[in-house]
Design a protein around this ligand. Structure first.
Ligand SMILES: [Zn+2]
Ligand SMILES: [Zn+2]
Length: 362
């Protein structure tokens, strides 16, 4: 099975990329053809080994399949690689599951020039759906239940997703005996591979139908306007996304449904500003209230709350109303409400007011 690159470089299989590089440099130096006592053939071998082992992706391919895989690729062109290597491999008989290979190499069907693999026919789960939903500030604060309607694929209600016209026969596929897969021998650059392919007779279903459902034509899904109730948790913020698992598009032929993603837009409030889980607002008091102190009403998300203004309060003083903020999402407790007190300076005074203020001599 090909060349032993590890032996060529004198490293073992568990060698790190650093160790491989060091070993290559040492050997390359030793065999360099420009050197007296150099060896061009060995130098080339060392180079070839390093081209593979020095590249972690090629190395893992080599570890699995030996040197030929990489040579075939490096051979520049699939046709050459294929004819050049079939002989050496006809007795190889590597058993490879096609799906695994597809994931490893990102679609091996393309590399090998046949794409009838199971990957294309593998049952796809339904698509995800993304929608935006606008809610009021108070709904975000306290949570709300909303009903949204979606035009989407749902499981066919005529056949209940069984794909067969009700009352007609469903039989086990005789070609694959219900497994949905057949074993094929495929000649490839890796040699003769035994491969699992999707059964053509039943498209991998494992079943055959005397008559497919008339409503969904055997897809198991239909387009429908469906309503769904969404619980929006208290404390959700603008731009947050809620994922409702399994409420996306239904999958064809019994495949899993996609998910529904709801992006929340929260309308602004003219009274409150949100700052994380805290609320910020402002309120005006008179000069007299600021100077002598008072008890005032402050509007919070829970309604009015009494706030004591101490005598001598300066404008722009911020008071904290503990626990009057927003409920924390996926946690307990609430934020606070910070209210900024602004002292209102009258913008016009009559003669008597002016006289009195002068007499106060503040
Ligand atoms: Zn079959
Ligand atoms: Zn149907």
């Amino acid at each position: 099975m090909g060349k032993d690159y590890y032996n060529t470089l004198g490293v073992n299989k568990s060698a790190s990329q650093d160790e491989i590089k060091k070993a290559f440099r040492k050997k390359a130096h030793e065999y360099h053809p420009d050197k007296t006592g150099g060896d061009e053939a060995k130098f080339k071998e060392v180079n070839e080994a390093y081209q593979v082992l020095g590249n972690s992706q090629k190395k893992s391919q080599y570890d699995q399949f030996g040197s030929t895989f990489d040579q075939a690729q490096a051979g520049g062109g699939f046709a050459n690689g294929f004819s050049g290597f079939t002989n050496g491999f006809s007795s190889g008989g590597v058993k490879v599951d096609f799906d695994d290979l597809g994931e490893m190499f990102g679609g091996i069907g393309d590399i090998f020039g046949f794409s009838g693999g199971s990957k294309n026919k593998r049952r796809q789960s339904g698509s995800d759906i993304q929608v935006a939903l606008t809610i009021e500030f108070s709904e975000a604060v306290f949570g709300v239940e909303k009903e949204i309607s979606l035009q989407k694929h749902i499981v066919c209600d005529h056949c209940d997703g069984n794909l067969a016209e009700p009352g007609t026969k469903i039989e086990t596929c005789k070609t694959c005996n219900g497994t949905g897969r057949v074993t094929k021998i495929q000649r490839t650059i890796l040699g003769n591979m035994q491969m699992q392919a999707v059964c053509d007779a039943c498209s991998g279903e494992g079943k055959t139908y005397a008559q497919k459902c008339k409503k969904c034509h055997g897809s198991g899904i239909i387009m429908d306007n469906s309503k769904i109730k969404i619980k929006i948790p208290a404390g959700i913020d603008n731009n947050e996304v809620i994922r409702v698992s399994g409420h996306g598009e239904a999958g064809e032929r019994g495949a899993q449904a996609g998910d529904l993603y709801i992006k929340i837009n929260v309308r602004k409030s003219d009274k409150f500003k949100r700052d994380g889980y805290d609320i910020r607002s402002s309120i005006f008091i008179s000069f007299a209230q600021a100077a002598m102190g008072d008890k005032i009403n402050v509007e919070t998300i829970d309604g009015d709350v009494k706030l004591k203004i101490p005598a001598g309060t300066q404008s722009s003083t911020i008071f904290k109303l503990r626990g009057k903020g927003i409920s924390r999402l996926r946690s307990s407790g609430r934020g606070d409400h910070f209210v900024e007190v602004k002292v209102k300076i009258p913008d016009s005074l009559n003669r008597k007011q002016k006289q009195l203020l002068k007499e106060l001599n503040l």
